[in-house]
Design a protein around this ligand. Structure first.
Ligand code: CAA
Length: 259
C-alpha cells in the first residue's frame, strides 16, 4: 500500500511508519489521518509485523499537532467529526496487537504529543519538545490529551502542561515519565529499532497477550485485572510458544518461535 503523507517500511518484522509532511512539520490534516487509519488496519492483520515504530519525517518534528490551517474554518459539527477521526486513529494504534514505539525526533505538540501518548513506549531525541499548546489557540486538546496525559504522568504534572500550553524539553519529559529515554538525534531510530527487533524476536503470541492485558487491565480494578491476567496466562499454556519456550530453556538453547 502506498500513501501520500506517510511512509511505511517493513523490515525484519518491524514496521516503521513515518508521518511525512516535513514542510508543515508533519501536522495532521484529515488526509493524513485517513491514511494512518488505512495503514494501521493493514498492520493489524499482518502476521509479518511484530513491532511498530512511529516517527516523523524531516529533521525538526515528530508531529507539530493537528493541522491548524485545516482546523481554522471548521464548524462545531465539523470539529466534532475531526476530533472523532483523531480518536479513531489513536485507538487504532492502541488496539494494534503489536507493541508500538514512538520515536520522537523533534516537536511533539498538540495532536503530536497525543499521538505519542497512544503508543506503548516513547523515546525522544535530545532536540524533542513536548507540549499541549491548544489553549493558546482557543481550543482544548482534541485527540485524547486531557485523558491520556494525566493517566501517564499524573494529574498535577499533566494539568501544568495542559493549562499553561508551555513546551518542555526532552530531558524534562524523561524526568516526569513522559518518555522512557533520550538519545542523540542520529541514534534515536537505531536505538528504537534495536528494541523493536528484540520485541520481534520474542514469542509473538506472548508479547501480544501481554500488551492486551496491560492495556485492558489498567482500566479495571486490581481484582478483575489480576483475574483477567490469570485467564490470559492460562491461555499461553495452549500455545506452541509455551511448549517451545520452556523446552528451549530446559535444553539450554535459544527458542525458535514460529512467526
Ligand atoms: N498545523 C499546520 N501547520 C503547521 C503546524 C500545525 N500544527 N505547525 C507548524 N506548521 C507549519 C507552519 O505554519 C509553517 O508553514 P509555512 O512554512 O507555510 O509558514 C511550517 O510548518 C514551519 O513552521 P514554523 O515556521 O512555525 O517553524 P518554527 O520552527 O518557527 O516553529 C513550532 C515551530 C514552534 C512547532 C511552530 O510551528 C508551532 O508553534 N506550531 C504549532 C504547534 C501547535 O500549536 N500545535 C497544536 C495544534 S492544535 C491540535 O493539535 C489540536 C488537537 O489536539 C487535535
Amino acid at each position: 500500500m502506498t500513501f501520500k503523507n506517510i511512509l511505511l517500511d517493513i523490515k525484519d518484522g518491524v514496521a516503521t511508519v513515518t508521518i511525512n509532511r516535513p514542510k508543515a512539520l508533519n501536522a495532521l490534516n484529515k488526509e493524513t489521518l485517513l491514511e494512518m487509519l488505512d495503514c494501521f488496519v493493514e498492520l493489524k492483520d499482518s502476521s509479518e509485523v511484530l513491532a511498530v515504530i512511529i516517527t516523523g519525517g524531516g529533521e525538526k518534528a515528530f508531529v507539530a499537532g493537528a493541522d491548524i490551517s485545516f482546523m481554522q474554518s471548521l464548524t462545531a459539527a465539523e470539529g466534532k467529526k475531526f476530533g472523532e477521526l483523531g480518536h479513531g486513529v489513536l485507538r487504532a494504534i492502541e488496539n494494534l496487537p503489536q507493541p508500538v514505539i514512538a520515536a520522537i525526533n523533534g516537536f511533539a505538540l498538540g495532536g503530536g504529543c497525543e499521538l505519542s501518548l497512544a503508543c506503548d513506549m516513547r523515546f525522544a531525541s535530545k532536540n524533542a519538545k513536548f507540549g499541549q499548546p491548544e489553549v493558546n489557540l482557543g481550543v482544548i486538546p482534541g485527540f485524547g490529551g486531557t485523558q491520556r496525559l494525566p493517566r501517564l504522568i499524573g494529574k498535577g504534572l499533566a494539568t501544568e502542561i495542559l493549562f499553561s500550553g508551555k513546551m518542555i524539553d526532552a530531558e524534562e519529559a524523561c524526568r516526569i515519565g513522559l518518555v522512557n529515554q533520550v538519545y542523540e538525534s542520529d541514534k534515536l531510530l537505531d536505538e528504537c529499532m534495536v528494541l523493536a527487533k528484540m520485541i520481534a524476536s520474542r514469542g509473538p503470541a506472548a508479547v501480544q497477550l501481554c500488551k492486551e492485558v496491560v492495556n485492558n487491565g489498567i482500566e479495571m480494578d486490581l481484582n478483575r485485572a489480576c483475574s483477567y491476567e490469570a485467564d490470559l496466562f492460562a491461555l499461553c499454556f495452549a500455545t506452541d510458544e509455551q511448549t517451545e519456550g520452556m523446552a528451549a530453556f530446559l535444553e539450554k538453547r535459544s527458542p525458535q518461535f514460529s512467526k
